[in-house]
Design a protein around this ligand. Structure first.
Ligand code: SF4
Ligand code: FES
Length: 550
């Protein structure tokens, strides 16, 4: 019998606004208040950064147990320790709970202190909310409504500080809005490990700036914009583009690499305006790289394939969807047993599951995905730039036989190619190889050498335009959600695959993506017992993977 036991978490008793509760030892007072549903307003505190305690917005009243002369707690009539309240306010962000501690989050003294702090913070703050990009998600705006004064007593001239300063290629500073909380400085020091920001000048003239001859050009620089509680740091790309309250938000995942960072896509009327990280401590914490969050413009590329293409054109009329699918199926059936499928590890599990069914239906001799490997960044960008290699392996679509496609075409064993979201010329095929094929059926979102050579092109959806699931490199099953509609006659990729299977083999009985997930979970053990909705917004660990994200 094993004698190993987990170390029990030591709990401490704390009274918050008159109610005794227990918290694990080491919990910050501000976090304990949050857990007790007593939100303490704060600016400089961020749970993932150090606590300098400089904004003073988190002031509370605090006390410790009264002690008898022989150092025993005085017990009150209610059987609980009596609290000796400290006669001045304390900050709650820089100390931990302790046994018998008392906290008042909303006493008259606390309310008075918050009013005072707000008055100081707003002394030099410009009244430019109507043109400020932070409006709608500005903590200064929110807390001044709840805790500020209705009028300013400040009659002097406000200090003017630099405006629209390009701190780096992606971040703009309006210094007069800054409340000097130092979150941005601490992020660059403690998380990005690029100590590029600091405070210059003295007193009321204090201002954030880059160190001499330096720029804020780190690939995680836009996280400073996310954590800036006011409108001092703004994204140069998003600035002045859209009011945040007009944005429709979709919780989905990043598909730029195998990390699968959790993201929120902000869109309006079908157009994506910004991507921000969504906190998930099992994946990306609250952060994400700039290069990934800005990689969404291709979705609105004017070259998007928005209608089916059939070559050579069979009539003067463009074919409709079903005619196109039937023509593709005819060509594939003609070449049955001589078909290769170039699939993509950018596809969802549901699509990859249907790829394996399509492979059976057309008698595919080779099926594989295109690998994408580059240098990892040691933070959140994995060396595998495909988001779903784990799913592709699990579903038997990543086979490591990519080279067999070119070889098979050259020796005549392969006469038809289905390219699903990948350009075959990036997988070792030449234009001559493509020209030899009797049938090329391509499904993609943008034109490339393969769609140019294809006999049938089916317009597909970008990752922001479809639902499904993917498994990251750590084996976490996560949900991809639709943020914007696909253009024109572009279809969801799983529907294209379903239609092709139906046209080739005659039956499949899949009417929704939930049906596909159900069929997949019945066949693949790792998905058993799950549904798309059960995955939730934060995902589930389903497959322990030896390969970890950096
Ligand atoms: S720029 Fe924003 S995050 Fe940086 S110190 Fe000023 S208010 Fe804080
Ligand atoms: S949040 Fe505690 S001092 Fe700023």
């Amino acid at each position: 019998m094993s004698t190993a036991t987990a170390t029990p978490v030591q709990m401490v008793n704390v009274q918050i606004d008159g109610v005794w509760m227990q918290f694990p030892k080491g919990t910050r007072v501000i976090e304990a208040c949050k857990q007790a549903a007593k939100l303490v307003p704060h600016y400089c505190y961020h749970p993932k950064l150090s606590s300098p305690g400089n904004c003073r917005m988190c002031l509370i009243e605090m006390g410790t147990p009264k002690m008898t002369p022989d150092r025993k707690p005085v017990i009150g009539a209610d059987g609980k320790p009596e609290i000796g309240w400290i006669p001045r306010p304390q900050i709650s962000c820089a100390q931990d709970v302790s046994e018998g501690m008392g906290v008042r989050t909303n006493s008259p003294m606390v309310q008075e202190c918050r009013k005072g702090v707000m008055e100081f913070l707003l002394i030099n703050h410009p009244l430019d909310c109507p043109i400020c990009d932070q409006a709608g998600e500005c903590k200064l705006q929110e807390f001044s409504v709840e805790h500020g004064n209705a009028n300013s007593r400040f009659l002097e001239r406000k200090v003017k500080k630099p405006k629209s300063v390009e701190l780096g290629p992606r971040v703009t500073l309006d210094a007069e809005r800054c409340i000097l909380c130092t979150r941005c400085i601490r992020f660059m020091q403690e998380v990005a490990h690029d100590d590029v920001l600091g405070i210059v000048d003295r007193g009321s003239f204090n201002s954030i700036a880059c160190h001499p001859d330096r720029k804020l050009d780190h690939n995680y620089s836009l996280n400073t914009v996310d954590i800036c509680p006011v409108g001092a740091l703004t994204s140069t790309d998003f600035r002045f583009k859209m009011r945040v309250w007009f944005l429709k938000e979709a919780a989905t995942i990043d598909t730029n690499c195998g990390t699968g960072s959790n993201i929120t896509v902000g869109s309006r009327e079908g157009k994506i305006y910004r991507i921000t990280p969504r906190e998930n401590d099992a994946v990306n914490g609250p952060w994400m790289p700039d290069s990934h969050r800005l990689n969404f413009k291709y979705v609105a590329d004017e070259r998007r394939i928005a209608a089916p293409i059939v070559r050579p054109q069979l009539s003067e009329f463009a074919p409709n969807w079903q005619q196109t699918i039937n023509l593709a199926a005819e060509r594939l059936k003609k070449n049955a047993g001589r078909v290769a499928i170039l699939a993509s590890a950018r596809a969802t599990n549901e699509e990859l599951f249907l790829v394996s069914r399509l492979a059976k239906a057309v008698g595919a001799v080779v099926v594989d995905v295109l690998p994408r490997t580059r240098e990892p960044d040691g933070m959140l960008i994995a060396s595998d730039r495909n988001p779903n290699t784990t799913g592709a392996k699990l579903l038997g679509v990543a086979t490591g036989k990519l080279a067999d496609i070119a070889a098979g075409i050259r020796d005549g064993r392969i006469t038809a190619l289905i390219a699903l979201g990948e350009d075959a010329t990036k997988a070792g095929l030449t234009a001559d190889d493509l020209a030899k094929l009797d049938a090329i059926v391509a499904m993609d979102i943008l034109p490339n050498a393969t769609t140019a050579a294809a006999h049938v092109v089916l317009p597909a959806s970008a990752p922001f335009e479809k639902r499904g699931s993917m498994i990251n490199l750590k084996g976490r099953l996560q949900r991809l959600n639709k943020a914007v509609p696909a253009p024109g006659d572009a279809h969801d990729d799983w529907e294209i695959l379903r239609d092709l299977i139906l046209a080739v083999s005659g039956s499949n009985g899949l009417h929704s993506i939930e049906d596909v997930f159900k069929a997949m979970s019945a066949e693949v053990q790792e998905f058993a017992g799950n549904t798309l909705s059960r995955i939730g917004d934060l995902g589930l660990d389903i497959a322990a993977q030896p390969q970890n994200t950096p």
